[in-house]
Design a protein around this ligand. Sequence first.
Ligand code: SF4
Length: 476
Amino acid sequence: MPESHKPRDFFEASAAGAADHELRRKLESASARHLEHFEQVRDEFSPYEAERTAARAIKQDAIGRLDELLVELAKKLEAHGCKVFFAANADEARGYILKLAQASGAKRVVKGKSMTTEEITLNPALESAGMEVLETDLGEYIVQLRHEPPSHIITPAIHLSKEDIGNLFHEKFGIPYTPEPAELTAEARTRLRESFLRADFGITGVNFAIAETGTLVMVENEGNGRMSSTLPEIFVAIMGIEKVIPRLADLPHFLEILGRTATGQKLTTYTNFIRGPRTAGELDGPREMHVVILDNGRSAMLADPVLREALMCIRCGACLNVCPVYRHIGGHAYQSPYPGPIGSIISPNLVGSAAAHLPFASTLCGACKDVCPVKIDIPRILLHLRWKETSSATPPDWPAAANRARAGARRFAKMARHPRTIRILGRIAAMILKPIAHDGWIRRMPPPFGNWTKIRDFPRPRPRARRAAESPDAKI
Ligand code: SF4
């Protein structure tokens, strides 16, 4: 694992991300491109708001009766010849898949995109058992070559430029350097094709699972999910319990919004409908199909009246693209398979207390709520999680930097009760800082405030403007 990707304290990792101007440039340009495409296709599609409302209502209904829908789904899948396994936690899910792969003598595993397998850390378990595991989604393939986790739930290699990828392929495959996306994609495709044909075990994630028909739906743009689920003799689909939707007729509402918000497309290139292993007379498809349905903290989210809304997420990644924190620090800083705003609300439950500080990594600007295709009120959930964390009987096990931030906030809260003192201090600060300000901004604050200006400028305090703002005639 490269030095820059070794697990670190969140504060250290986010400070490093924010200080990496090249990373920020790449994130800004990729996120802006995503949003631009989204704006274009949204305007071409007039009932977008109506589709959002419909999708939200369906998800609300589904999470309100998950138990009933999951039983119906499992029955239908079994009737189609699938083996269904309900995993209470990551260990059970990982253990089931590992045992299955070992029992079948699997040597070469191909994987379609699946954040759930990242959540249960499946690849290291299979690799430790001597299997070759290959990510076949292009972005996942690239980050796997770099021995690093994905940095975005939809665009795993968002933190890399085409030049970075050209250099990577040159170094790993010994081919001449090229930054041309078409040539790089062709190179990856040739290598992956060969691996699909040799693979004996396939794994993919699931976007939606239709209870009514017992159908798993997987959307993708590269066709690798289709290859991973049909070419190997044994295929495992893994999904969180929240992926179930009631009826086939519900699906179009989600397909309409997912492609637009995830990648700025009217529709993703492939929509795969998977019902079971191949039957007599069919020429393709796996001999054996297993479906792992994972809880791993989701039931606890369901039991929380505020947090349960997070189970409506369709993992489109749009909230990451608009989040000022994500765009500053990048996905690796979160050290969770689910970064960004959605990661900050689900990670504490799905990956444990190591992510308990993530709800605090937000400015609460609300951009995530505005863009979310199923209108999840992420800021409200963040506040709810902050309240839970700070009011718990056991003091949170936060890193030292978080405790320092909390102590600072407490000192500020005390001071804020004395507006006169603040005004006097403001005037003093304005006088002290005036000589070091340029064009109204301070590039480097004196200690102990130096950390602020490490990654941003500070506006010069203006006592007169403050007084004007406090006057009854001040414009808001
Ligand atoms: S919370 Fe909403 S915007 Fe974010 S990934 Fe989930 S569905 Fe998309």
